[in-house]
Design a protein around this ligand. Structure first.
Ligand SMILES: [Zn+2]
Ligand SMILES: [Zn+2]
Length: 344
């Protein structure tokens, strides 16, 4: 099934907004991950990677504790128990959740020092987070003849200069993988279960975005505010009531995406510059939610029947804690320059 972003409830041709707004447009590609069983030759979140059996799997050696957390197998067991419990029919018609027996099992799945043998720099395999074939994702372009982007992370906080999982990117030419790895190595313990992606297939869709409001020229921001007031839109609007707003309905869609603009709704805009001095491009946004109360106008047509169902908006089960999203930026001039990570 495809995914289709509804028409914006905002008339972008409104006289108050043209022509200036049109100078701040860009295409992004919403990935629309949804639970499924992706194959290794498909784009996915949390699916198997197309990886040469003879090539070393990447691992993390940055210094940080890695013995304490949740067992990866416990994270998966908990999700399976909860998914089954809440989809099981009951006499009353509404699911009643886990049985007493299942609750006992759930209670036994605890954080702890599950790998005391690991010192702070022992190598641990990275988790496969997402692989993206350029043929599936409009706007995604690899260096040279590379057509497959693979994104890994180390599922513990405390990497780089922030509190986030340790990101690792790999571009490759898919045709060169002739003997694929069948079973990828995985870490035994994860710092946070919320960093373990559920297998999802993707439904990429190109969508027109508009630059974050705080980065627009001041006089245009003022005109947008006047236009919102005239439409009874309200920036405080979080429940979908009231008129449309630039930020919630026109600017930047929620959810996982490639390209487009970065939102700066939590910290105010900050420049993301490469070590070579160039402003970097937004490559990928990893989002905790595909929609929430403030972004309901972006819910794809096909998902509207399930919009309020439990967990429908967190198909990947990845949650970035107090941050909503993690963005990966890359150098526009030289893909070998280190990427940068920003949380929002
Ligand atoms: Zn690490
Ligand atoms: Zn650079």
């Amino acid at each position: 099934m495809t995914r289709t972003t509804p028409e914006r409830p905002v008339d972008v041709k409104a006289p108050a907004l043209v022509p200036e707004v049109s100078a701040h447009r860009r295409m992004g590609t919403r990935l629309h991950p949804r639970p499924g069983t992706p194959a290794r030759d498909q784009s996915s979140v949390g699916g198997p990677f197309l990886w040469p059996a003879g090539e070393e799997w990447p691992f993390c050696q940055e210094p940080h504790p890695r013995g304490r957390g949740e067992l990866l197998r416990d994270v998966r067991l908990r999700r399976r128990i909860l998914a089954e419990a809440w989809s099981r029919p009951s006499d009353s018609g509404t699911p009643e959740g886990p049985t007493d027996e299942e609750r006992e099992v759930l209670k036994s799945l605890r954080r702890g020092r599950h790998a005391p043998e690991l010192a702070d720099t022992d190598p641990i395999p990275l988790l496969a987070v997402t692989q993206l074939f350029t043929r599936d994702v409009p706007g995604l372009q690899g260096p040279g003849d590379n057509d497959l982007l693979q994104v890994f992370w180390c599922p513990f906080d405390r990497h780089g200069d922030g509190q986030h999982p340790g990101l690792h990117l790999r571009w490759r030419n898919a045709a060169e993988v002739t003997g694929p790895l069948i079973e990828a190595p995985e870490p035994k313990v994860v710092g946070r279960g919320d960093y373990v992606p559920e297998p999802c297939v993707l439904h990429p869709e190109q969508v027109l975005e508009h630059e974050y409001e705080g980065l627009l020229p001041r006089d245009l921001q003022e005109r947008i505010e006047e236009w919102e007031e005239a439409n009874e839109g309200d920036d405080e609007d979080k429940d979908g009531v009231g008129g449309p707003t630039y930020q919630h309905d026109l600017s930047i869609p929620p959810g996982w995406k490639v390209g487009g603009f970065a939102s700066w709704h939590l910290t105010d805009p900050m420049p993301v510059d490469c070590s070579c001095g160039r402003p970097m491009d937004l490559l990928l946004t990893i989002d905790s939610k595909e929609w929430d109360g403030g972004s309901r106008s972006w819910v794809p047509v096909e998902d509207q029947p399930v919009v309020d169902e439990l967990d429908a908006n967190i198909p990947t089960q990845i949650s970035l804690g107090r941050w909503g999203s993690l963005r990966i930026f890359t150098c526009p001039a030289d893909p070998t320059h280190p990427h940068r990570v920003s949380l929002q």
